[in-house]
Design a protein around this ligand. Structure first.
Ligand SMILES: [Zn+2]
Length: 201
């Protein structure tokens, strides 16, 4: 396999990239000059070496020193009795950008459904159980995309969490209306997200 084809194959592994787009990106990259490609490669390696997974919320964060938890999880002004579950890091960033949520997060890392024979392979189920165990939660917000996968994941998570917490003290809510069907959370604009957060039920 020639270098260009190999590059295109790698790019195909990116989320949302099909074979034609991968090929187009590969051409684009090799057309750039040597310096740009060098700096691109270095930037990628630096980002990779600086980023760590937060042991508490599982999001990736640029770590300094030997911090194991991110700046959100260690921020004393966040409401530790609220835990909002998202599928991926970009969803968390999108919600964080609204400034309308002051609790903590957990990145489940994928989608699943009741038909999934081994959901722990699709989402961070064990880590989530650890996270909610022994924590003084008042509310768990299920903030999944308004897609079939998102809905099925939310249903699965609700049922599962209900077996792990005292449902008399912990309320499980979903993002409110305003998210039209088929909407991926990462593409939701600020105002819509703010409404969805305040209208959770
Ligand atoms: Zn964190």
């Amino acid at each position: 396999m020639d270098g260009l084809t190999q590059l295109a194959e790698l790019l195909r592994e990116f989320p949302g990239i099909g074979p034609r787009q991968a090929r187009r990106l590969a051409f684009y990259l090799v057309r750039r000059d040597r310096n740009w490609v060098d700096s691109f490669a270095k930037t990628l390696l630096t980002a990779k070496s600086e980023v760590r997974t937060c042991t508490s919320c599982m999001r990736l964060f640029p770590a300094t020193g030997d911090a194991v938890d991110c700046n959100i999880c260690t921020n004393p002004s966040r409401d530790t009795a609220m835990l909002l579950l998202v599928e991926k890091d970009v969803d968390l960033e999108n919600i964080e950008r609204t400034g309308a949520y002051s609790g903590l997060y957990f990145v489940v890392g994928g989608t699943t459904s009741a038909l999934d024979k081994d959901p722990a392979r699709s989402i961070r189920l064990r880590e989530l159980e650890q996270r909610i165990k022994n924590s003084d939660l008042r509310e768990v917000v299920l903030a999944l995309s308004a897609t079939t996968e998102g809905d099925e994941t939310a249903t699965f998570l609700r049922d599962h969490i209900e077996t792990k917490v005292d449902t008399k003290t912990v309320t499980i809510t979903h993002l409110g209306r305003g998210l039209s069907t088929g909407t991926e959370l990462e593409y939701v604009d600020k105002d819509t997200m703010r409404n969805a957060l305040s209208g959770r039920n």
